[in-house]
Design a protein around this ligand. Structure first.
Ligand code: H2B
Length: 123
């Protein structure tokens, strides 16, 4: 089973991800990003491409699609928190999303990702 990310790994990986739209889920050891695609076909196509990697890696997102928006939460249920699998899947999602945009009011949707680097945070 994958191990929970260490404080060092959190600083190394999560802080740069905060720059590209990833945030923290309030009260959980989980990350969140809201992708906005051009239309429903682009959103669903992306989800299909991501799903192939999820099956390959046996690691699956919590996600919600409404028309051209996909709201993604990543965490490792078996470990009850963030592991390398979440970082790997988040990076794959960003790579496959190409020119899609993250929600512009990200701060209204998630906590700043840096709070997941705080060893005192609940997890
Ligand atoms: C039995 C199977 O390995 C598990 O249920 C897998 C499937 N996909 C998963 N996805 C996520 N995000 N976390 C998990 O712990 C997980 N576990």
């Amino acid at each position: 089973m994958a191990d929970i990310l260490t404080p060092e790994e959190r600083r190394e990986h999560l802080i740069p991800m905060g720059e590209v739209g990833w945030g923290a889920v309030s009260g959980r050891d989980a990350i969140r990003k809201v992708y906005i695609f051009r239309d429903f076909v682009e959103a669903w196509g992306w989800m299909s491409r991501v799903a192939i990697w999820c099956e390959k890696w046996n690691h699956h997102p919590e996600w919600l699609n409404v028309y051209r928006t996909v709201d993604v939460t990543l965490t490792t249920h078996d470990a009850d928190g963030l592991t390398n699998l979440d970082i790997k899947l988040a990076k794959k999602m960003d790579a496959l999303a190409g020119a899609s945009t993250a929600a512009s009011h990200q701060s209204d949707l998630s906590e700043p990702i840096a709070c997941l680097c705080n060893p005192d945070a609940p997890r």
